[in-house]
Design a protein around this ligand. Sequence first.
Ligand SMILES: Cc1ncc(COP(=O)(O)O)c(C=O)c1O
Length: 466
Amino acid sequence: MAWHLSVQVDRDSAVPLTTQLQNAIKVRIEDRVLQPGVRLPSSRQLAQDLRLSRSVVVEAYEQLIAEGYLDAVRGSGTRVTRKLTEGGGYAPLLDSRPAAQSRWDLRVGIANLSNFPRQEWLNSYTKVLQNVGREGMDYPPVAGIAELRNELAGYLGRVRSVHTEPGQVMVTAGFAQGLALLSDSLKRLGIHELAIEEPGHNGQRRFILDTGMTPVPVPVDDEGLVVEALERTGARAVLVTPAHQFPTGVMLSPARRARLLAWARERDGWIIEDDYDGEFWFEPGGRPAALQEGDPERVVYAGTTSKVLVPGLRLGWLAIPPRLYPLLERVRSRQDQGSDTLTQLAFAELMRSGLLDRHLRRVRSRYRSRREALAAAVRESLPEARLSGCAAGLHSYAVLPPGTDEAAVVHGALRRSVLVRGGQQFRFGGPPGPPALILGYGSLPLTGIAEAVAAIGEAYEEARRT
Ligand SMILES: Cc1ncc(COP(=O)(O)O)c(C=O)c1O
């Protein structure tokens, strides 16, 4: 097999050819253009392709093997080392890296593959492929195809009381892209600080930093974001999770909602509403409307399929205030040429046909049973913990009694093969919060919940004794 490698050398350069080749390969490995495990051409082949003497390539390969960039395995050629990049690359926005071997994984943001409606997705996709015309195979509008934006505007109004129109909706690669677009747009408006909730999402905080914005932590209490503290920061933009604060699960109280909206008006500010698990509401009666309903001129509403379906689809949406829309569209058009049309069409079909609603009803009832099993298991095995955030979403927040060594509980649980995050991981250096655990149950089988919480209970008792 003649494997091909795309590198170039400059014969006129003063840098020796071996060094050039070595550096070119090294840079591609470090940038992860050449992925771990990828096979390189034989030295003979590469020498021939680049019209170099074979000894130049042999020497470059040998040096890279000595430095640990490449592995030469007898019978299977030369490959990029796997070890080098372990744990490297960019951390995902969310905590969904593969776990060290553990029996139960209670981290949030872990995809539940068994809930993905494979057959319905396949049917929608097949239908799309059977009917798609020329325009469906062409470049899509950057903000998304009309079919999906129409469906989304209708769905968001119906399910989350979002006030929007298809022309104000933008389809994104999940909330991650939405946040990157919003950061870039706010910077163009001269806004360089983005207030965020503390405790909150550390991955998101780092992501915001990487976009060149300064995240400004604002405390959260039992009523959600402390708007008074936000007022003192001087920030003109804030990112909030009003429906189910991440990670405490608190819902923003009506009084705070009103005050936050008043803040935006008085400050001429912007609110980004991250409604990451807005579809999962378990209490009787309807779910409170999205914050966006209170001021569609100042709130950017963001939703995603990451919880509803799976994060791997990379599909999300923004409902954008009219004043901000043209800027976001311009910023987006500099970033990419829109989202994959076929996926958009398939998702639009899933919505149009009612299959998404049916899927949601089905998984909501599965998650409700898990939520109840979790509450029962906590009452049984961790009775001193105070659970909050159970009304919605796919995780609950367990506050442990003051003085509990949170890290010892987390380590004790891991020794018992249970992976759970402690509350301190979601703090950004402000005053430490109460000892707490974030109990994600979205990807746990119903039968595993009692066992996982029992192990955490043992770890808690052990930590109390020592
Ligand atoms: C707080 C929070 N925001 C947003 C998201 C979704 O991000 P994305 O749509 O990029 O997967 C998640 C997880 O799904 C989350 O936990």
